[in-house]
Design a protein around this ligand. Sequence first.
Ligand code: DAH
Length: 337
Amino acid sequence: MDINSIQTQIETDLTKITSLAALEEMRVKYLGRKGLIAELTSSIPGLELQQRGIFGKQVNALKNTLLGLLAEKEKTLISKDSVLKQSNLDIGMPGIAQELGHIHPITQIIDEICTIFNRMGFSVVGGPEVETEYNNFTGLNIPLEHPSRDAFDTFYLKDYAKLLLRSHTSPVQVRVMKTQRPPLAMVVPGRVYRPDAVDASHLFMFHQIEGFLVDENIRFSDLKGILEIFSKSVFGQNIKMRFRPHFFPFTEPSVEVDISCIICKGQGCSVCGRKGWLEILGAGMIHPNVFKQVGYAPGVYTGFAFGMGVERIAMLKYGINDIRLFFENDLRFLRQF
Ligand code: DAH
């Protein structure tokens, strides 16, 4: 076979190669164990003696040229452009972003509020959502048949006569005081349940944070001071507070606490119903009957308690007008926090 024509053949073959796979095929065709070069080499012994040396050298030279050409071609194919073409990779296409989740806005507010109280010396404790009828009502001075039970009505567990879904976080007061002696300073975040029809401001499940402090000589002014630090930390140093007389069975005296409207700064707007004030929580001095229920000797301890709805605080803070948004799991909403 004519070495020169083989070389020409190789060169034309190479021009048609456009992929590394094809190049590899070509390498095998010429340089493989049964390839052309091997074939030529094995034909040497059959040649006449003087021919062998010359032909051997030619085959060797051909092999070297071939190796050089293949290496060169490989380099061009590997160059960026051709790799991209072969893999159909579109470097202009947006990548697959790995989205990070984040903490739910309600949990964020709970964390923020608990941190504020924690700094003032309150510990954070939990309690069960399935509660006894006693802890949810009787222990909190809400006797059976008393009309104030209606305000805290809840879901009862049918098969367990005395169990229910707690309708507030206040029963944790009873749990803690039954097992621990003052001084006590705690906040209790958690879910509560009420058989309310769902609308923009009501859900059958929401979150509350309860707080209470019990010791000797605790006064209403202590409650005021603590709540003032709390509301200014959450809503800003410039807000004003007001305490309105109210009724809760488990506190006496009881109050509802308002802050000056964070939207209109007290001027009166649609958010505060033209009142200039927003209600943020209920509070009071713990009723002597509650101390009696948990077995504290009368007259020894005094204390205050308060309870707030977390969704309400979050709605006021962020200007959200529908409580359902928190639980629809719509990322367009949740991503904003
Ligand atoms: N438990 C009350 C509620 O769910 C909130 C509350 C009011 C808690 C006054 C308190 C308190 O501890 O002193 O509406």
